[in-house]
Design a protein around this ligand. Structure first.
Ligand code: NAD
Length: 253
């Protein structure tokens, strides 16, 4: 067995993915991040000593190549974190059909394809891990987010199915469901809502974003990374098929 476990984190050039990549690196793993092939994403990754894999997860052939490139760069693959995602807000009757296709591909089909292509490497590991970053929106809905919520609900189903198939080979498959986390994805929504509702940003955070939460404070990406670190660790060998809520009490109601 290699001295260091290895990990691939998708959407790893920003927000939650970057925090997870850095945390797994701190835990002693060799880590690659996959993100859209843009100079800035590569710079972010390389400035943290992370291997950069440029790929567009809405394309099947990029998913295949990303796993090949990762194994070529790291020599093995023990941990796959499916994290890349994005939001689009529109009423269902007006929801752009191409945007639906892209969102379902990036947030549901790509996790399936990457799991499929990485399966042999992850099972060979003996302590393989697939960690799918879902959302509270994998459990419950909000209006105007039909594609995101459908993809995240589907990702929980994929997680549970893969867990059943992987158990005999020491490969665990789990989902993490965060509430609102302070990342570019959310700060963008706060700005939009402040503009459209005529509120200041602090009020949008507390009165709009955190309305359903018991703890009225946004999560930080590092909070999600700490949970991912535990799930990725060899100590968590017995946890599989779990859907782990980290949601400020949102779904307790
Ligand atoms: P983010 O926008 O900061 O980062 C997402 C990353 O995914 C970006 O770097 C982006 O370039 C990448 N990405 C998007 N489309 C891609 C594609 N086609 N191919 C490759 N990479 C692509 O967002 P974040 O808030 O860190 O979100 C990360 C994950 O966490 C997402 O799946 C999101 O749904 C989930 N999540 C976020 C929150 C939150 O409040 N921020 C809450 C629950 C779940």
């Amino acid at each position: 067995t290699p001295e260091h476990r290895t990990a691939l984190v998708t959407g790893g050039a920003s927000g939650i993915g970057l925090a997870i990549a850095r945390r797994l690196q701190k835990d002693g793993m060799r880590v690659a991040v996959l993100d859209l092939d843009r100079p800035q994403a590569r710079e972010v990754a390389e400035s943290h000593g992370l291997t950069f894999i440029g790929a567009d997860l809405s394309r099947r052939e990029d998913c295949r190549r990303a796993i090949d490139d990762t194994v070529a760069a790291l020599g093995s693959l023990d941990v796959l974190v499916n994290n890349a995602g994005f939001q689009h807000i529109a009423p269902l009757a007006e929801f752009p059909e191409d945007t639906w296709d892209t969102m379902l591909h990036v947030m549901l089909t790509a996790p399936f394809l990457l799991s499929r292509y990485a399966w042999a490497h992850l099972t060979r590991s003996g302590q393989g891990r697939i960690i799918n970053i879902a959302s509270i929106h994998g459990h419950v809905a909000s209006p105007f987010k039909s594609a995101y919520i459908s993809a995240k609900h589907g990702l929980i189903g994929l997680t549970r199915t893969a867990a059943l198939e992987a158990g005999e080979q020491g490969l665990t498959v789990n989902a993490i469901c965060p509430g609102y986390v302070r990342t570019p994805l959310v700060t963008g929504q706060i700005k939009d809502q402040a503009r459209t509702r005529g509120l200041n940003e602090a009020d949008v955070e507390e009165k709009v974003m955190l309305e359903g939460a018991a703890i009225k404070r946004l999560l930080d990406p590092e909070d999600v990374a700490a949970l991912a670190s535990y799930v990725a660790s060899t100590a968590a060998w017995g946890m599989t098929g779990a859907v782990l809520d980290l949601d400020l009490g949102w779904t307790a109601r």
